[in-house]
Ligand binder design. Structure first.
Ligand code: G3H
Ligand code: 13P
Ligand code: ZN
Length: 316
């Protein structure tokens, strides 16, 4: 089976109260770790590529890696998705490059402008059989290439449920990323995690049957934070979204959950451990290999939280 879009995945996820994991890829080891976990768990998969990933690895290398994953695993539905496309031109390029799903993120623009850009992307993408995720409201935090709002301002930037309805009607986007208090990266909260799950519920009530997306959904697991800090890292204040909140959200209407930071932390923790325990090691396979295994274990764990293990067949 070739790469697929997300329509069927979201339909099944919505109807059965689970979510599909969308994992960011930047190189071969990350992709292999994710795919190995997905294959063992028989789960549907969204592999997502940010603008930074395209710049880092080049699209032809990433596409080559993903093509191999698809060819070797015909029983697994895999979508290739652009994460945070910032302009119409970027989204168009990705449609032309063979992505099956693109995100246009004009959420930092005024409402009407966000609608106009999103609508233009939807028209082009749909004409080429590609689905579109858009974003309304703003995530907190600031990460490279992805502009967000300060943590203090988060409450003001949560997605407005009435605007969400108008936005979806006017743009025709296939799924909507909503702001509910999450942010990108490893430093999501300063004290207690606070999420506005009620906002998700309100949007879900107003848009029955419509798939929502949660960005910034890494949990910054203690085990990996501790490993990083033990082996020379310095991230004592890292904090993520509690996994219990993710489980609640996927039972509402959240059909896609974006995870990048937890994979980065798993890889980093393992590499730091190898370097600390084997200071004479210099063969990349001897630290990237364990790093790839750590990613695989992390993804398997995530699939349990998302509830999508064993769902590959129904999403084909
Ligand atoms: O949304 C952000 C993802 O974590 C991708 O991050 O832009 O550094 O590749 P990146
Ligand atoms: P995390 O930084 O929480 O992993 O979020 C990733 C994301 O939203 C990618 O779009
Ligand atoms: Zn994101």
């Amino acid at each position: 089976m070739a790469l697929v879009g997300t329509k069927k995945m979201f339909e099944m996820a919505y109807n059965n109260g689970y979510a599909v994991g969308a994992f960011n890829v930047n190189n071969m080891e990350i992709t292999q770790g994710i795919v190995e976990a997905i294959v063992e768990e028989k789960a549907p998969l969204i592999l997502q590529i940010s603008r930074g990933a395209r710049e880092y690895a080049s699209m032809s290398y990433l596409k080559g890696i993903i093509d191999v994953a698809v060819a070797e695993n015909p029983d697994i539905p895999i979508a290739m998705h652009l994460d945070h496309g910032d302009t119409f031109e970027t989204c168009k390029q990705c449609v032309d490059d063979g992505f099956t799903s693109v995100m246009v993120d004009a959420s930092s623009k005024p409402f009407e402008e966000n609608i106009a850009i999103t609508k233009k992307v939807v028209e082009y993408a749909h004409a080429h059989g590609v689905v579109v995720e858009a974003e309304l409201g703003q995530l907190g935090g600031i990460e490279e290439d992805v502009v967000g709002v300060s943590h203090e301002d988060i409450a003001k930037h949560l997605t407005n449920p009435d605007e969400a309805v108008e936005f979806v009607e006017k743009t025709g986007c296939d799924s909507l990323a909503v702001a509910c208090g999450t942010s990108h990266g490893a430093y999501k909260f300063k004290t207690e995690p606070t999420l506005a799950l009620d906002v998700i519920q309100k949007i879900a009530d107003k848009l029955p049957g419509y798939p929502l997306v949660m960005h910034g959904s890494s949990s910054v697991l203690k085990e990996f934070k501790d490993l990083i800090n033990k082996y020379g890292g310095d991230m004592p204040d890292a904090m993520g979204v509690p996994e219990s909140a993710i489980s609640e959200a996927v039972k509402m209407a959240v059909c896609k959950v974006n995870i990048d930071t937890d994979l980065r932390m798993a890889l980093t923790a393992k590499i730091r451990q190898v370097f600390a325990e084997k200071p004479r090691e210099f063969d990349p396979r001897k630290y990237l290999g364990p790093g790839r295994q750590a990613i695989k274990d992390m993804v398997k764990h995530k699939l349990q939280i998302l509830g999508c293990s064993g769902k590959a067949a129904e999403c084909m």
